[in-house]
Design a protein around this ligand. Structure first.
Ligand SMILES: [Fe+2]
Ligand SMILES: [Fe+2]
Length: 164
């Protein structure tokens, strides 16, 4: 059993995770249109991963017999200024999501909601990975600049990073 406040906050985060999925799908399309298929593939996988995050939270609400309320998802941007801009926005977006997850955890602490605290620990760890990966790729893209051969090598490398 979780409180209505906690339930509302988790429903809000389900929407936020779907927005992340939408944002990364938009970035994937942008990269494909820019002839950067490696970055595009990474973003497509990340979009799927974000849907997984949303479903993890949704499953948790169901397990707690709480009500799932799906909200409208804002449209993501369709235009970006270049590869570095996209990776910069990715990092900033993940930093924002980290704050959201921490906010949820603080709420769970305030409510002495131990089950939700435990569930959120997975997300806290995941956010460390998300920020680390986004900042690593951003630094590489910034270092080589936005055109030239080196960018195509990074693109290929990033594409291979998450080929299963
Ligand atoms: Fe996420
Ligand atoms: Fe991840």
């Amino acid at each position: 059993m979780i409180t209505k406040t906690m339930q509302d906050a988790i429903n809000e985060q389900i929407k936020n995770e779907f927005y992340s999925a939408y944002l990364y799908l938009a970035m994937s399309a942008y990269f494909n249109a820019s002839n950067l298929p490696g970055f595009a593939g990474w973003m497509r996988k990340q979009s799927q991963e974000e849907q997984g995050h949303a479903l993890k939270l949704l499953d948790y609400l169901e397990d707690q017999q709480a009500q799932v309320v799906l909200k409208a998802i804002e449209p993501p941007p369709a235009e970006f200024k270049g590869p570095a801009d996209v990776w910069q926005q990715t990092l900033e977006h993940e930093q924002k999501v980290t704050k959201m997850i921490h906010g949820l955890y603080e709420l769970a602490l305030k409510e002495n909601d131990y089950a939700t605290q435990t569930m959120l620990q997975w997300f806290i760890t995941e956010q460390v990975e998300e920020e680390k990966t986004a900042s690593l790729i951003l630094e590489q893209v910034k270092r080589v600049g936005e055109s030239g051969t080196a960018l195509f090598f990074i693109d290929r490398h990033v594409g291979k990073m998450r080929e299963e």
